[in-house]
Design a protein around this ligand. Structure first.
Ligand code: HPA
Length: 266
C-alpha cells in the first residue's frame, strides 16, 4: 500500500487543517458542484503526491476543502477508473486519503445508466446496495489487521441512516441496486437484460471499489447515482459520453441541494 504521508501533508499545508469530517467524490459531469460546495482555491490533484489524475473529460482533478453547513468537507472533483488502466489502489486512493484525514463519512456520486424504468432519468437516486462486477476487489493481498478486517462484512455497505437522512432532504428520491462494471464500453442490450435479472437497477463504471475500501476503513457511505440515460437497449438512442456528462450537469442543482442538505445535517 502506498504511503499516504506526503499526500496528507500536501492537503494539510494547503488548507491549514489536518482533520475533516466528510469526503464527497464527484463523478462524470458532476464536478462543477465542488466549487459551490466547498468554495476556496482548489488543490490540483497533481499537487497531491500519489493522487492519480483522471484522463476522462468531465473529471476535473482538483480537491476542494471547506465548511458546508458546519461540516468540514473534502470535495474530490473527479476520480480515476479501472478502465483508464488504473489499479485498485489508485482507484481507491482518495478514500484512503480521506480516511487518513479523519473523515467518518463519504458520499460517493456517479453518473449511471438506468435499468429500472422507475428510477427517473436526469435525477439523482440513492444506491441501496451494489453488485461488484468489476472482476476485481481492492482488498486482495496481505491484510493490515490494524487498518481493517481480513474478511469484511458487506451486509450494509450503503448506510441506512444516511439514506434516511438523504430522503429527509429530498423526499422524492428513489433507490436502487448499482451494478459496477469495469467498462469502458457501455453495456450491450443483452448485458442490460442480464443485469436486470441479477437484481440491478443502475449500471456504471465506478463507486463499488471505493465503497468497499471506505467500509473497510470504517467510514459510513452514502451512494448517489445521477441517472443520465436509460441503459442500452431500453430506448432506440445510442449512448454517448457527451450526453452522459451533459445530463449530469443538468441534474446538478438537485444534487447540489441534496449534498448540501445532507452535509448540514450530519
Ligand atoms: N452504463 C455504464 N455506465 C454509465 C452509463 C451506462 O449506461 N451511463 C453513465 N455511466
Amino acid at each position: 500500500m502506498r504511503d499516504l504521508t506526503p499526500a496528507r501533508r500536501a492537503v494539510t499545508e494547503a488548507t491549514g487543517q489536518n482533520r475533516f469530517r466528510a469526503a464527497v467524490i464527484l463523478g462524470s459531469g458532476l464536478s462543477s458542484l465542488a466549487a459551490s460546495l466547498a468554495g476556496g482555491e482548489p488543490i490540483p490533484y497533481s499537487g497531491i503526491p500519489g493522487m492519480p489524475v483522471s484522463t476522462v473529460q468531465g473529471h476535473e482533478g482538483a480537491l476542494y476543502a471547506g465548511d458546508i453547513g458546519g461540516t468540514s468537507t473534502l470535495a474530490f472533483a473527479g476520480r480515476v477508473h479501472l478502465y483508464e488502466g488504473r489499479s485498485e489502489a489508485e482507484v481507491t486512493f482518495a478514500i484512503r486519503l480521506a480516511a487518513d484525514l479523519g473523515c467518518e463519512v463519504t458520499v460517493l456520486t456517479n453518473a449511471a445508466g438506468g435499468i429500472n424504468p422507475e428510477l427517473p432519468v436526469g435525477a439523482p437516486s440513492l444506491i441501496s446496495d451494489h453488485l461488484n462486477l468489476t472482476g476485481t476487489n481492492p482488498l486482495t493481498g496481505p491484510n493490515d489487521d490494524a487498518a481493517g478486517p481480513r474478511f469484511l462484512d458487506l451486509t450494509e455497505v450503503y448506510d441506512a441512516g444516511l439514506r434516511t437522512l438523504a430522503s429527509s432532504v429530498d423526499p422524492e428520491l428513489r433507490s436502487g441496486v448499482y451494478a459496477g462494471l469495469a467498462g469502458p464500453t457501455y453495456e450491450t442490450p443483452a448485458e442490460v437484460r442480464m443485469l436486470r435479472t441479477m437484481g440491478a437497477d443502475l449500471v456504471g463504471m465506478s463507486t463499488v471499489l471505493e465503497a468497499m475500501v471506505a467500509r473497510y476503513l470504517g467510514l459510513r457511505v452514502l451512494g448517489i447515482s445521477v441517472v443520465t440515460n436509460p441503459a442500452a437497449g431500453l430506448t432506440q438512442e445510442p449512448l454517448s459520453h457527451d450526453e452522459v456528462a451533459a445530463a449530469g450537469r443538468r441534474a446538478s442543482d438537485r444534487l447540489d441541494n441534496l449534498l448540501g442538505g445532507v452535509l448540514a445535517k450530519l
